[in-house]
Design a binder for this molecule. Structure first.
Ligand SMILES: *Cc1c(COP(=O)(O)O)cnc(C)c1O
Length: 348
């Protein structure tokens, strides 16, 4: 099977499996796991933040960080196409008593300042209004097809948020895809956020885990909330050891995924019945539509699977292909050929 379902399907590398076996372990709830401590200090340094904390998932990372920033009854401003708003089970409302304010998402993943502005009440003293306490950005943006938020835009949002006295949380599940695509140190991106969530388990290929990074004060609160949510883990060095390999040696190779994604996009764009603009591809995600009238998006997905290729649906009938370490250039050619053959074979 050629599996374009997600970059989360990546299995740990041999180096990661060896690191797991050799990891020095301790009880991390008591702060005694050296491997976790090493990962957290490396992550903080790489991301240009004061402190960092290992999390079991990106969802818990975002939730803990949002709850640490937002008092009960306040609002968190999130993109209406964001992972936080769509795929995280409404955790901030359920666990934190926080109101999500969905902001229209532009095709390139930006939330316009003029739209963010509307979330602020005319009179902050008026007790009837819930007050915004946090603004969240997603970088790269999954449902916008792996788009990288431009630096001048981040600067504009940070200035807006500072003027409005609220922090910015970045859902940077794929932040290293952004830094590699821009050919910049990731700190040139994270400097526009007060806190960030980074997934180790996506293109970086670690089996489990995410990082929250931010100020010392913020991380103190995040750790308490992580414990409350059940995310205090004992010999978590088992997770941190492959995470260290991910941060040390898996970042640069993301460029290869980006090249492969472009290759896939150019190949698929040539096929009649597929609507795809290859110039839209910036990182490791390719979005397209099936316009061939013999298929709906769901019969396309089913049939593609019979031809050995797994894609997924990404809203509004769009089909998503995610490229990752376990997809080679040769696999891309095979996938394009399989889709070609499938469209040729299908009865009218
Ligand atoms: C995957 C993802 C998450 C959540 O991470 P999990 O580890 O799956 O909980 C959050 N935000 C974005 C943008 C993601 O792609």
């Amino acid at each position: 099977m050629l599996n374009f379902l997600s970059d989360t399907v990546t299995l740990p590398t041999k180096e990661m499996m060896e690191a797991i076996q050799q990891a020095v372990l301790g009880d991390d709830v008591y702060g005694q796991d050296q491997t976790v401590n090493e990962l957290e200090s490396l992550a903080a340094r790489m991301l240009g933040m004061e402190a960092a904390c290992l999390m079991p998932s990106g969802t818990m990372a975002n939730l803990s960080s949002i709850m640490a920033h937002c008092p009960r009854g306040s609002k968190v401003l999130v993109g209406d196409e964001s992972d936080i708003y769509i795929y995280e089970a409404g955790g901030a409302s359920v666990c934190g008593g926080i109101v999500y304010e969905p902001i229209p998402t532009q095709a390139d993943g930006r939330l316009l300042v003029q739209d963010l502005e509307k979330a602020f009440p005319v009179d902050e003293e008026d007790p009837q209004f819930a007050l915004p306490a946090l603004l969240c950005l997603e970088n790269t943006h999954n449902r916008c097809g792996g788009k990288v938020l431009p630096i001048p835009y981040l600067q504009e949002v940070k200035e807006f948020a500072s003027a409005r006295k609220i922090p910015v949380h970045m859902d940077g599940a794929r932040i290293f895809n952004a830094s590699v695509a821009l050919d910049m140190d990731v700190r040139e991106i994270t400097c526009y956020a007060d806190s960030i969530q980074v997934c180790l388990s996506k293109g970086l290929s670690a089996p489990v885990g995410s990082i929250v990074a931010g100020s010392h004060d913020h991380l103190k609160k995040v750790r308490r909330i992580r414990k409350m949510l059940g995310g205090g883990m004992r010999q978590a060095g088992i997770i941190a050891a492959p995470g260290l390999v991910a941060l040390h040696s898996m970042v640069k190779r993301l460029d290869e995924d980006h090249q492969h994604a472009k290759q896939l996009a150019h190949g698929l764009a040539e096929i009649d019945g597929i609507d795809l603009d290859a110039s839209e591809v910036q990182t490791n995600i390719v979005l397209f539509r099936i316009t061939d009238p013999r298929f709906s998006w769901s019969t396309f997905l089913e049939t593609a699977k019979e031809y050995g290729v797994i894609f997924s649906e990404m809203g509004y009938g769009r089909i998503r292909a995610v490229v990752h370490r376990q997809i080679s250039s040769d696999d891309i050619n095979k996938a394009v050929q399989a889709v070609e053959k499938m469209l040729k074979d299908s009865p009218l």
